[in-house]
Design a protein around this ligand. Structure first.
Ligand code: HXC
Length: 257
């Protein structure tokens, strides 16, 4: 499928999506949302794909929701359309998605990165929730996901002052999983995604589901959920294959069955 605001490529079993509105620093308008959701769903439905990477440009992952598109929206329309609810569709993806972030990840850009399963940051990355400077607040999960990632103190600091965090602070704070040189960003993210995509897809999907459950439920329920998923994996050929391969000192040949 042809897109105007994103570029999609496959690298082996990895789907790479590059946000591509350079004239607006990848500001997230309604078209980019529609196209991103379509691309993620298409890779999700493709049995040849095991993981995805979403990235932007060297200067900006995304500089936020498109301010020019939303500036004149009325309260009645925002409420009636449940403005921004469409972004939740991305969090329903069941295959892992890595955000590879260089440059600005601001407002909706930071929120998009946090909707992915983990963030690999270039040393040039800058994260922020500057909505307060526009007379609004985060609207795509910034006040909720950022708080879960970095805790109340830093989330309050970011949301109330609108200041940016650099990559080192973001890694220290638990927002990103690793920081790499900007020149290696996409390659490192593709490598991580290829590693994931080489594993048994059902176990990868269940690992994602189990970690995500930790954000939604109590410890006791989460532990029970994890154990039940763990038990269910013994129904798959890939569990037998993975453990046999270990015992036989060879590489496993997973079939996703
Ligand atoms: C629309 C944007 C944009 C955005 C940048 N542009 N960010 N357009 N929406 N979020 C456009 C600029 O208008 C400009 O277009 C072009 O991209 C280049 O940007 P510059 O500002 O000239 O670049 P620079 O001086 O390098 O500054 C980079 C920047 C700055 C610091 C990232 O662009 C900036 O502060 N952007 C806005 C960041 C922000 O507030 N994001 C949060 C949005 S609200 P022209 O045509 O002039 O060349 C949000 C959630 C809302 O995300 C949820 C609650 C409702």
């Amino acid at each position: 499928m042809a897109y105007d605001t994103i570029i999609t490529e496959t690298h082996g079993k990895v789907g790479l999506i590059t946000l591509n509105r350079p004239q607006a620093l990848n500001a997230l308008n309604s078209q980019i949302l529609t196209e991103l959701v379509a691309a993620v769903n298409a890779f999700g439905a493709d049995p040849g794909i095991g993981a995805m990477v979403i990235t932007g440009s060297e200067k900006a992952f995304a500089a936020g929701a498109d301010i020019k598109e939303m500036q004149s929206i009325s309260y009645a329309d925002a409420y009636a359309q449940d403005f921004f609810v469409g972004w939740e569709e991305l969090t329903r993806a069941r295959k892992p998605i890595i955000a590879a972030v260089a440059g600005y990840a601001l407002g909706g850009g930071c929120e998009l990165a946090m909707m992915c399963d983990f963030i690999i940051a270039a040393d040039t990355a800058k994260f922020g929730q500057p909505e307060i400077t526009l007379g609004v607040i985060p609207g795509m999960g910034g006040s909720q996901r950022l708080t879960r990632f970095v805790g109340k103190a830093k989330a309050m600091d970011m949301c109330l002052t609108g200041r940016m965090m650099d990559a080192a602070e973001a890694e220290r704070s638990g927002l990103v999983s690793r920081v790499v040189p900007a020149s290696d960003l996409v390659e490192e993210a593709l490598k991580a995604a290829a590693k994931i995509a080489a594993f048994s897809l059902p176990s990868v999907m269940m690992a994602k589901e189990a970690v995500n459950r930790a954000f939604e439920t109590t410890l006791a329920e989460g532990l029970r959920f994890e154990r039940r998923l763990f038990h269910s994996l013994f129904a798959l050929d890939d569990q037998k294959e993975g453990m046999a391969a270990f015992a036989e000192k060879r590489k496993p040949n997973f079939t996703n069955r």
